[in-house]
Design a protein around this ligand. Sequence first.
Ligand code: GUN
Length: 287
Amino acid sequence: MTAKLIDGKQISQHIIEQVALRVAARRDRGKAAPGLAVIRVGEDAASRIYVRNKLKACERSGVNSYSHEVPASTSQSDLVALINRLNSDPAVDGILVQLPLPGHIDGDAVTDRIDPSKDVDGFHPYNIGRLMLGLAGLRPCTPRGVMTLLQCSGIEIDGQDAVILGRSNIVGRPMALELLHAGATITVCHSRTRELPEKVANADLIVAALGKPRFVQGSWVKTGAIVIDVGINRLDDGSLVGDVDFEAARQRAAWITPVPGGVGPMTVASLLENTLQAAENRDPDAS
Ligand code: GUN
């Protein structure tokens, strides 16, 4: 079996076009374009690229972006003061603080200060709580993007055995909740998990989000499985690879996401959807 590719680049472009149409329709109704504030602290090389992609996507979809680049030496209180200002700025519908943050800043405390109605990353305890309960809210972008990929590919999740590798607050945990709500049976594996290859081998759906290049071996993948690779790892030769040994896994899987061009662009597309959603929720006539 050779897997069908799930083309995240193409699907994300479609989502961004849909957001652009909805933003244009909003403006035709006399409403302001949604506004997204993006804060980057310090000089992490990967964050620089991710933020640049997010700002470019704003431009393509007609979302106003406000970029705040602050030095790594910024204090926690200065960062919180910036968030407070953005919380009360009516032009800003969404606030994103790119992670990771420098070690002297308490990321949880920073997330906690973002107005939950502007928390387009979906990381605030209020929004995570709503996700846990299956209530509408702003949902973490990468898991939301994975759900969109599965949906757009016509992949049925109900009743599937899903194995998630990684238990981060950004991907693994919210991914488990999304798939649980969609009717999958979930196993979340992490650094303490025993007999990991056996657990992966039982999975109908594998989501790899552990940040280790080519960790998931092709021989672990059940024939006909769906493989979603969230990892983006840069090798010493400069190339990008995922958390899955792509060439080996694609010989056994039914569906697989490439790296790059799989989940990565979907995180950005989901961010725009969340920003538009935040703007619509904040409209005076929203119910
Ligand atoms: N760093 C890696 N992924 C993300 C994300 O989805 N949002 C933010 N804010 N930072 C990240």
